[in-house]
Design a protein. Structure first.
Lengths: 312, 446
């Protein structure tokens, strides 16, 4: 046990550069990776191999699995529904990013201030994050009911729109509810990021005569570069897995107006019982997600350790 | 990223170790559901398991009936209950993994067929024939959805649930109108109620199967049962039948004439908002399953007692279908798992003959306002709280020449899923009747 303890210390203390002590005892560091690796292999890698194999079969979940070659692949790639789902996923990804990033950035900067009322507000902003997606979806579904929802309760007829029934409005509503639920999380990330920026930078800028807005664009935003990349990665990759909220809120409807790829996969696999086709969609999602993550990492530059503090 | 030195050998060793670990973890993951109230013992006979649904009144009635059976000394049945939607996924996984309960709760039709095709449920045909008088204990129209290719794979249970027309009487009186008997009446009433500022029909369109009920009835009235039989039999281009196209056109005419309440595709049936529209007087009519009666009775007993009128779907002029036909869920069903041991199967069969539809159970269903599928129920209706409604349901079901099972239950799960999405598009006017037919023809044989 004592050996492990020292390893943990060496591991966490190492940071970007490995501690020389650890380098001389390589096997112990390998052990540190073991728990994560076991979980990754058991719950991500092996299922993924299973999915890959299933994509070449025809299986309804109960009868014998039969090899079907590329039939499922052909079915998925000739189905216009797949491209529609792919397009919707992409659209949802971009629109939710465009909506969430500015709002959570501004809110993050705002609640990073040390005034007491801002701390109180930060707690309030944080609340939606504590609710489960299913609960959020059920609540919004009831609030948006055109006859018995918010519109009827507050006597505001303009709120009585066909929120979840009109294909375009339903998409907008989904974006709104996602933003409502996840902006608090990203606000929190930005709040932490802003608090890391040395106050002396702002003081120097003030002496140089920079106003609030100039300070925001010339100091805050550049200093938050990696925070923005982290938050964007979480948003963009996370949007591939939006499922529970949309599933409960619209079920992919009306028609297929909100049937994103993750939902398409679930419905194909567990409602239509076509495990082969669902596996193909799952693989598309994996490739999509992987490419996206790598792309964003590239965007952030290769040298993640480069100093942001030149001249400090 | 600078990584610590890892020799290839140690990495391989690691990979091997973690694979073993993965198997260990996987083994931990396969625990079945814990049975509730697992009282063992009781009289002689073996044991069996049963999975059923939560939700009253069915859950309470089922548990009481099983308790009573367990006291007979013919075996002990343990009941585990699940919520409706999770159950549908769970039972499929359990059957696929060979861990099905002895008595499998189901809906008959397409899903039952997939079980039967995979040899997962017992063929009960000969057993039912040998058990004299057994088949006659049930309403005859309930056997259809349990019979596949002449073989019976399930026994009807619970209550029969035809789809009915519900009318708000006071709105009809205010408008000086009568409930519709033909489709022309329907279209006229749409104008009348729209003129009065009342929505003609309530519809929980977001749930999709609610919209499907309209198409089911229209197709039956216009083309008769043969049209859907051809679809069910997977005949090529069966959805292109002129009757399908006419039904779709009539639906879209109704949508265009504002026949359904504004924003109907935002309304979900699972919150019963569609029923609320009827009893709060915001809509004058509604097409819904017979369970809506119980739902509205819970929410607004006064309306159900004084303001509600119920009837069959109107006829369509020139249509081939018998206006006495009905659609809906003929019954729920119990199948016996083919993977169960002989002893378990014996207990399950003993339950079906001696534990199902005892006098107490039949009475409990009637008291709950539902029409049990037991033939003996008709004598017990008189004088009960919901006698009028139950008598109407009984008459409709027993006199109907054809009781069409809900399409999403009758078809294969893959077809049903595509059907629901396309019907939604049809109601949104995003698909023309021809496009609908083409899209559905593509599912034939899948």
């Amino acid at each position: 046990m004592s050996v492990l303890t020292t390893d943990t210390e060496a591991g966490t203390g190492a940071g970007p550069a490995p501690a020389p002590a650890a380098a001389s005892r390589p096997t112990r560091l390998d052990l540190l990776v073991l728990p994560a690796l076991i979980f990754f292999i058991a719950f991500a890698f092996i299922p993924m191999i299973g999915v890959l194999l299933l994509s070449f079969t025809d299986w309804d979940g109960i009868s014998a699995i039969s090899f079907a070659g590329f039939a499922s692949w052909r079915q998925v790639f000739t189905d216009p529904g797949t491209y529609h789902a792919l397009w919707l996923t992409l659209a949802l990804m971009i629109v939710t990013w465009l909506v969430q990033t500015p709002i959570s950035l501004l809110l993050g900067v705002f609640v990073a201030g040390h005034q007491r009322y801002r701390a109180a507000l930060a707690v309030l902003y944080f609340l939606p994050l504590l609710l489960s997606s299913a609960a959020v979806a059920i609540a919004f579904k009831s609030l948006l009911d055109p006859n018995f929802g918010l519109a009827a309760g507050l006597h505001l007829p303009f709120l009585a729109q066909d929120w979840l029934g009109d294909p375009t409005l339903a998409f907008v509503t989904v974006v709104f509810v996602i933003a409502w639920q996840f902006i608090p999380f990203h606000t929190l990330i930005y709040q932490g990021g802003v608090r890391q920026i040395p106050v002396s930078m702002y003081e120097a800028a003030q002496i140089d005569g920079a106003g609030r807005i100039r300070q925001f664009f010339s100091i805050t935003i550049p200093q938050l570069k990696y925070t923005i990349i982290t938050s964007s990665t979480l948003m963009l990759v996370g949007s591939l897995t939006y499922f529970d909220l949309i599933f409960v809120l619209t079920g992919g409807g009306p028609g297929d107006a909100t049937r994103i790829l993750a939902l398409d996969m679930y419905i194909t696999g567990f409602k239509a019982n076509q495990m082969g086709a669902a596996s193909v969609i799952a693989l598309i999602l994996v490739v999509f997600g992987l490419a996206l993550t790598l792309g964003i990492q590239r965007l952030g530059g290769t040298d993640r350790g480069a100093s942001q503090m030149e001249g400090m | 990223m600078t990584s610590p030195i890892t020799s290839r050998r140690s990495f391989l060793g690691l990979a091997a170790a973690s694979t073993l670990g993965a198997f260990g973890l996987a083994a931990c993951g396969t625990s079945g559901p814990a049975p509730s109230g697992g009282a063992s013992g009781g009289g002689g006979g073996g044991t069996a398991t049963m999975w059923a649904l939560t939700g009253q009144p069915a859950e309470g009635i089922r548990k009481n009936a099983v308790e009573a059976f367990n006291k007979l000394g013919k075996g002990t049945i343990t009941v585990t209950t699940f919520q409706n939607d999770p159950y549908k996924a769970k039972i499929r996984t359990a059957i696929g993994a060979g861990e099905a309960p002895t008595l499998i709760y189901g809906w008959g039709g397409g899903i039952l067929k997939s079980y039967a095709d995979a040899d997962q449920v017992e063929d009960l045909t000969s057993w039912i024939e040998q058990t004299s008088g057994f088949k006659e204990r049930f309403l005859p129209s309930t056997w259809g959805a349990a019979t596949l290719g002449g073989k019976i794979f399930a026994v009807p249970i619970q209550s029969t649930q035809p789809v009915l027309m519900y009318y708000n009487k006071s709105l009809f009186e205010k408008a000086g109108a009568q409930p519709p008997t033909t489709w022309d009446d329907v279209m006229k009433l749409v104008e009348v109620f729209n003129g009065q500022g009342v929505a003609p029909f309530s519809l929980g369109g977001q749930s999709k199967w609610t919209s499907m009920m309209w198409l089911e009835y229209l197709l039956d009235r216009i083309g008769g049962p043969d049209v859907f039989d051809a679809i069910f039999a997977n005949k090529a281009d069966a959805w292109s039948d002129p009757a399908v196209l006419e039904s779709c056109t009539k639906i879209q005419d109704l949508v265009k004439a504002n026949g359904f309440i504004k924003g109907f595709s935002s309304i979900a049936a699972d919150t019963n908002a569609d029923q609320a529209l009827l009893y709060t007087g915001k809509a004058a009519m509604m097409l819904h399953g017979s369970w809506a009666y119980g739902g509205m009775k819970d929410a607004n007993p006064d309306f159900v007692a004084n303001g509600l009128q119920v009837g069959n779907f109107p006829s369509v002029n020139g249509g081939k279908g018998d206006p006495a036909n009905i659609v809906g869920n003929p019954a729920n069903y119990f199948s016996i798992s083919a993977k169960a041991t002989d002893a378990e199967k014996e207990v399950a069969k003993a339950y079906l003959t001696d534990g199902l539809f005892t006098d107490a159970e039949v009475q409990a269903w009637i008291d709950a306002g539902q029409m049990p599928v037991a033939a003996s129920a008709s004598d017990k209706l008189a004088g009960t709280a919901d006698a009028t409604f139950l008598q109407l349901v009984f008459d409709l079901v027993s006199r109907a020449p054809n009781f069409q099972q809900s399409w999403d239950q009758a078809l294969s799960p893959g077809q049903a899923e595509t059907l629901l999405t396309n019907i939604d598009q049809l109601f949104l006017l995003k698909l023309s009747p021809e496009q609908f037919a083409t899209a559905m023809n593509a599912t034939i044989g899948k």
